[in-house]
Design a binder for this molecule. Structure first.
Ligand code: HOZ
Length: 427
């Protein structure tokens, strides 16, 4: 028995399923999860001393790679002065200012500790601001585990076939309308049916939680027009894409000006930090200025804020996003070539440093096509890649992430492994 297996066995005695977040249990791909001892750059080392090229990147935050000296050094200096005060600190202003300067639609920002808190706050703000109750979300988009948003949700909920979670009373989710991603008509139909009833449309502009799915031309622009027409708050959940696909996230690439944006992952640099930001007129409805309540004991703590500030400095260095895009293109093109060399049906969706390989279906453009994918073949691919030293997200319905610590050598090493695994799958 490996050390990881022994640890997993022990963990299950005290932690439900042995994990503190369900996808980590590897149930969708079979086998026992690796316990990770340490990470450096683009590699992680498991409890048995095996090294892997890491494409989980802690599910997105580690755009600078593991244990970057600049981030670690800053954290070491800050931790000596205390970890949390429950009072304002100057560093919070620095991060908030950076975010408003980086993402033009964000005029004011409130820091939270998790993406779930950010989306929960965004919805409450939209409802408080408009005085309306309903919200529209999209099948396969995941916005954390808030009750109202665990409806047709992606990520772990989809991985474990619980897109509508138990424990959410119908009364809580009855105000959630579910539209189809990349379908403007499905949104228009809801808005026309109740023109004054919908407070917000929330979406991942580039969903990463049903696997990566790109927006079709005109979809995001059309949503912006529709929401303006009906006085609805447009919320971009850029927890995955913010400061990752570009400095200003997906909204910069697609030239959209949402009313509210949720951030997380990269902006916390690997520590628990997220944010909700947007137009001052809406943000100022938050307590203590307005009547929408939100709070958090560890919100904006100096450690998390420091990791965020230093990580954003690294991500914003000249040429960083160009490099991430180049590596992403190289990996995606290489995977497509490797697929073509076999008789396997699969497609690779990729934007910049985010990508997913879907088996058994081509193209994947929404929840319906994503859920038609062959998860059994994905599981075999995942296990094959793991044996070759490549650590991928353990679910078909997640995105993989490249960091600035990856290089062309690691991409080529990954492609060599993928070619060999794909050829075995095909035979
Ligand atoms: N649902 C998260 C990714 N979309 C997984 C987080 C984790 O397990 O750490």
């Amino acid at each position: 028995m490996s050390t990881s297996q022994k640890l997993f066995h022990e963990a299950q005695k005290y932690i439900p399923g042995g994990v503190n977040s369900p996808v980590r249990a590897w149930r969708a791909v079979g086998g026992d999860p690796l316990f990770i001892n340490r990470g450096k750059g683009c590699r992680v080392t498991d409890a048995d001393g095996r090294e892997y090229i890491d494409y989980v990147s802690s599910w997105g935050p580690l755009i600078a790679g593991h244990a970057h000296p600049q981030v670690v050094g800053a954290l070491e200096r800050v931790v000596k002065n205390g970890t949390s005060f429950g009072a304002p600190t100057a560093k919070e202003i620095e991060l908030a200012k950076t975010l408003t300067q980086t993402i033009p639609s964000i005029e004011k920002v409130r820091l939270t500790s998790s993406g779930t808190e950010a989306t929960m706050t965004a919805l409450r703000l939209a409802r408080g601001y408009t005085g309306r109750a309903k919200i529209i979300k999209f099948s396969g988009c995941y916005h954390g585990h808030t009750d109202a948003l665990l409806v047709r949700a992606g990520s772990g909920a989809l991985t474990f076939s619980t897109p509508d979670s138990q424990g959410v009373p119908e009364a809580f989710s009855s105000m959630t309308l579910v539209a189809e991603y990349n379908s403007l008509s499905s949104v228009r139909a809801y808005l026309e049916a109740d023109p004054e009833g919908v407070a917000a449309v929330i979406l991942e502009p580039v969903p990463g939680n049903m696997g990566l799915v790109p927006p079709e031309q005109g979809f995001l622009e059309g949503l912006r027009e529709l929401t303006r027409e009906f006085g609805v708050v447009l919320i971009f959940d850029e927890v995955m894409t913010g400061c990752r696909l570009a400095r200003g996230g997906a909204q910069e690439i697609y030239h959209i000006d949402p009313d509210l944006t949720c951030l997380g992952k990269v902006v916390g640099g690997g520590l628990p930090l997220a944010a909700v930001g947007g137009k001052a007129a809406i943000m100022d409805v938050l307590a203590p200025l307005g009547g929408v309540y939100q709070a958090g004991t560890l919100s904006g703590n100096p450690l998390a804020v420091t990791a965020g500030i230093e990580t954003l400095k690294l991500a914003h260095a000249a040429g960083a996003y160009e490099r991430l895009n180049m590596l992403g293109d190289m990996l995606a093109e290489g995977l497509r070539t490797a697929i073509r060399e076999t008789d396997i049906k699969a497609c690779v969706n990729q934007i910049g440093s985010m990508f997913t390989i879907f088996f058994g279906v081509d193209p994947v453009r929404d929840y319906e096509s994503a859920t038609q994918s062959d998860t059994e073949t994905f599981a075999r691919y995942f296990r094959g890649m793991s044996e070759q030293g490549i650590y991928l997200p353990p679910s078909q319905f997640e995105s993989a992430f490249i960091s600035l610590a990856h290089g062309e050598d690691e991409i080529q090493e990954t492609l060599r492994a993928a070619r060999s695994v794909l050829q075995n799958l095909g035979s």
